[in-house]
Design a protein around this ligand. Structure first.
Ligand code: NAD
Length: 527
């Protein structure tokens, strides 16, 4: 990791008005101290080597709390993807022959490395993404849980055996790795989402290419330094940083046999169809617009606290963020004022500052888009109950902040009720019954998550049974599956069959081979 270089950089940058934080210096003691005159150009990691991308354009990686440029991300081209695919294909032949019990030794070491660098990585997530440190720690914990689960591959990858399917004939199924696989990732969980896939892919014997979001590539770059230290054979793990063209090169490359994608629905649909047209196995998780139903018998304090955390956690930039809060059968009398008061109280600021509960959104463009959607809601008849559209955050005047915002009297089929905002905006919708609420859930385009808050088991069961969403919360605001369950989006939130994490990931990253064999009894007489 070049500690000598870090020292030099620190001295060079000291006192410079043009000071910039550099991405390779993200440990707690140094990250905010080490400064340089120009931001670092990030490299790809291909065939066990850090190499320059052939990019013609570069994207600013900004700290959303300050607008400072932390680094420049290359928009890698098809040749970079081809180099990575070639290296991964060459490495596959030997990697798949390494026994599963040996492959997981790398994962045990990876877990140890992630634990050892936990705080440094959490700060990296906060710096490039903006979420508060506690949320970054939670994200990283989820990443590590996936590594832990993937360490069970020797059992999870077991095949099946049936003796005597006919007289003297046996049949069995074995799981073999797919080959070179690629994971295309979004900006909002830069430290976690790649881990829904990478540990399982590697443990199953595949070789991988990771394409982090060009807006948040720093944490994955740091994690690749850790992977390098673990001594993976060259070509087994590769990282190519880039944008749409890089993704399309992945989708078109013949050596890449499987693709996972997480991001917005429009891109998910594109990835799914283009990868499938090229004969690849593919899963694509898309966007969301998650409804939360509150019944009048819901526990007021607990439900308010949890719903507020769900809507405003990560500044609303979670695919499992609640967005439409549906107040049923008079619940509005208690919950409208309670939610408004809790939203007003939320402490907004830099995610690195202690006591802060909500950070900025990812870019200035994102902030403008969110402000525009709120304006559209008002134009369509909603009322603003809590207005956080353009706050002044002292000391962070250049950051991309929006405070918690609550829209009231939102109509179920209005633009704001149907569009993914991906920001800290809550829409209050009033309905009469649980049946109306289930109808609302099911009329939505998306199906990532739906939640209900109630003390009625019968209402909860009816909701769980009938709601068309892949992740259901009952008195839970962010129904995020543990690593040993699939991350189950439905409808426009998911294209494919097998999801990320756990057994689904093992199935996705393996292909089944069935063997039918006959050993006639007569042949054994000679022994
Ligand atoms: P995005 O779709 O803009 O980008 C995701 C990835 O696709 C990035 O790596 C990006 O470089 C690439 N990309 C962007 N435009 C492309 C194009 N035109 N062609 C090919 N590739 C392209 O998503 P984002 O803004 O990074 O992330 C936020 C979105 O991700 C939200 O919609 C959120 O709901 C969704 N998300 C979904 C899940 C889930 O599990 N369903 C989880 C996290 C985030």
């Amino acid at each position: 990791m070049g500690s000598a270089l870090e020292g030099e950089a620190a001295e060079e940058g000291a006192g410079s008005d043009e000071a910039r934080l550099t991405p390779t210096h993200l440990d707690k003691t140094r990250a905010e101290e080490v400064i340089m005159a120009t931001p670092e150009r990030l490299k790809n990691y291909i065939n066990g080597t850090w190499c320059d991308a052939t990019a013609e354009s570069w994207v600013d990686v900004q700290d959303p709390a300050t607008a400072e440029i932390l680094a420049l991300a290359p928009l890698s081209q098809a040749v970079d993807v081809a180099n990575a695919a070639q290296a991964a294909a060459a490495a596959f032949t030997n990697w798949r022959q390494v026994p599963a019990t040996q492959r997981i030794q790398y994962l045990f070491r990876l877990k140890a490395g992630l634990e050892a660098h936990f705080e440094e990585l959490a700060r990296s997530i906060t710096m490039e993404n903006g979420k508060v440190l506690e949320e970054a720690r939670g994200e990283l914990r989820r990443a590590i849980e996936n590594v832990e689960v993937a360490c069970g591959i020797p059992v999870m990858m077991l095949g099946e055996f049936a003796e005597d399917i006919a007289s003297g004939i046996d049949e069995y199924m074995i799981r073999q790795p797919v080959g070179v696989v690629a994971s295309i990732c979004p900006f909002n969980f830069p430290g976690m989402i790649p881990f829904w896939f990478i540990p399982y892919a590697l443990a199953c014997g595949n070789t991988v290419i990771v394409k982090p979001s060009e807006r948040t590539p720093l944490t994955m770059s740091r994690i690749f330094h850790l992977l390098e230290e673990l001594g993976f054979p060259p070509g087994v793990v590769n990282m190519v940083i880039g944008g749409a063209d890089t993704v399309n090169a992945i989708l078109d490359h013949p050596e890449i046999r499987g693709v996972t994608f997480v991001g917005s629905t429009a891109v998910a649909r594109h990835v799914y169809s283009r990868a499938a047209a090229n004969g690849k196995r593919v899963q694509a998780q898309g966007g969301a617009k998650n409804p939360v139903i509150i019944l009048p018998d819901a526990d007021p304090d607990m439900s308010t606290r949890i719903v507020i955390d769900s809507v405003f956690g990560n500044a609303g930039q979670r695919c499992l963020a609640a967005a439409n809060v549906v107040l049923v059968g008079g619940a509005e009398h208690t919950f409208r004022p309670a939610l408004a008061e809790a939203a007003e109280r939320r402490v907004v600021g830099s995610g690195l500052d202690p006591g802060v509960e909500m950070g900025p959104v990812i870019t200035l463009q994102s902030k403008s888009r969110i402000q525009g959607l709120v304006q559209t809601a008002l134009d369509e008849g909603a009322r603003i109950l809590v207005d956080g559209r353009d706050p002044l955050i002292t000391g962070h005047e250049s950051g991309f902040f929006i405070r918690p915002t609550i829209l009231d009297s939102v109509l179920p089929n209005s633009t704001i009720a149907c569009t993914e905002v991906f920001g800290p905006v809550m829409s209050l919708i009033e309905l009469e019954s649980v049946d109306n609420a289930i109808d609302l859930v099911n009329s939505g385009l998306y199906g990532n998550m739906a939640c209900i808050f109630t003390s009625s088991g019968a209402a909860a069961r009816k909701f769980r049974y009938g709601a068309q969403a892949g992740n259901i919360g009952i008195n839970i605001g962010v129904a995020a599956p543990m690593a040993f369950f699939p991350f189950s989006g439905w409808k426009e939130s998911f294209f494919g069959t097998l999801h990320g994490q756990g057994k689904h990931a093992v199935e996705f990253f393996t292909q089944t081979k069935v063997v039918v064999e006959r050993w006639p009894k007569e042949w054994s007489r000679q022994f």
